[in-house]
Design a protein around this ligand. Sequence first.
Ligand SMILES: Cc1ncc(COP(=O)(O)O)c(C=O)c1O
Length: 446
Amino acid sequence: MRTTRLPLADVLPVTAGVNEAGHLTLGGCDAVQLARDFGTPLYVFDEETLRGQCQAFLAAFRSRYPDSGVVYAAKAYLGRALAAIIAQEGLDLDVVSGGELAIARSVSFPAERILFHGNNKSEEELCEALDYGIGRVVIDNFHEIQLLNGLAQARRVRQKVLLRLSPGIDPHTHAHTTTGTLDSKFGIPLPTGQGEAAVRQAVSMPGLELVGLHVHLGSPVFELEPYAEAVDVVMEFAARLREQLGFELREFSPGGGFAVAYLPDKLPPSPDEYAETIVAGLVAACRKHGLPQPRLFVEPGRAIVARAGVALYTVGSSKDVPGLRRFVSVDGGMADNIRPAIYGSQYAALVADRAADPAEAEETVTVAGKYCESGDILLRDAELPPLSAGDILAMPAAGAYALAMAGNYNASLRPAIVLVKDGEAKLMRRRETYEDLTRHDLWPLE
Ligand SMILES: Cc1ncc(COP(=O)(O)O)c(C=O)c1O
């Protein structure tokens, strides 16, 4: 059942509603019942929202620029079921580690549709990628040009590669998630002349086939202008390369970083608006420089999975500091979602057992996690209905970079994840057990 009464409709999955009991529903499933059945903290992924975002990005780019692709950035969150869904939806996959590649391989994700990023890929990881026949490696630095060339030659293959450039563009994101500026560990600096030197080196390597150039500015980028600037800068560089080296740019990516709504009053551009800016800039730049139009691909991570995911927590203890603050603690926190602690990220929340009660008086509370860090605060000064122990608190837009960064701090158990659709909930990942915690930890020592 859909409803317009849900105050966080822009932030919740598209299937969110309220049932007769006044409970939040996700994918037709009662969120309070999900919490009872699977325990909390619980991460719920709505399949319709997930697949819808894949299709929205594909349509936004392909309708404007047929020779384009969408590559899901697995770092936002990857599990086997998600990898399978991404493959079914026709997206490619960007991995940044041997581990992410192993998950992709475990569901037979087509090798030629995988792209490997990272500023310090190990020799082992590159060998695994080459041996799987991976589609593209995005080279991040001079060391990698040499290393990958040697490994490819030893296998008598010519690996398709792109070079990741650091273009010197500030996308105005949190300093920890800005990558396009020169003072970044990622990419080969363009304005310093190192970009050109890297292209010269890469095209001379017999084990490498340089097919394109890549930039990623940072994340989440709420503005459109940085993308337009990135397209301009790279295409001007490509024009120079053609003139000086005869290098033909066949593929180009302005990366990912597309923003999502975490709060109902801060909405991002739509996939169409991002696509319009990027495609218009690319077409204009090709015309201006007389360049053939390259294949275009973008790499959204957050924008594919964030809105599909909702975290459910159970409220426990509370503490009033008169005249200062009311703390309400939940049974998760920084171990399953470290973003508020490390980036000051803001989320909204609603009470899943009283989701349709807008008349209820609100109070200002700070929602704390259960972990032994003062910084373990999920929501500061949130306006919520009065909370009591046993309530289920739902935190929308939790699908990206929460589970992917989750850990076992305080020897906590990483949460279960369920996929909901048409009133059915399927377990994607079971909750960890105490046995999982001790399995890799040896005693007595051998
Ligand atoms: C190269 C690259 N591509 C894509 C992404 C995905 O960013 P987002 O999840 O914000 O779309 C990242 C994020 O760090 C990245 O480094």
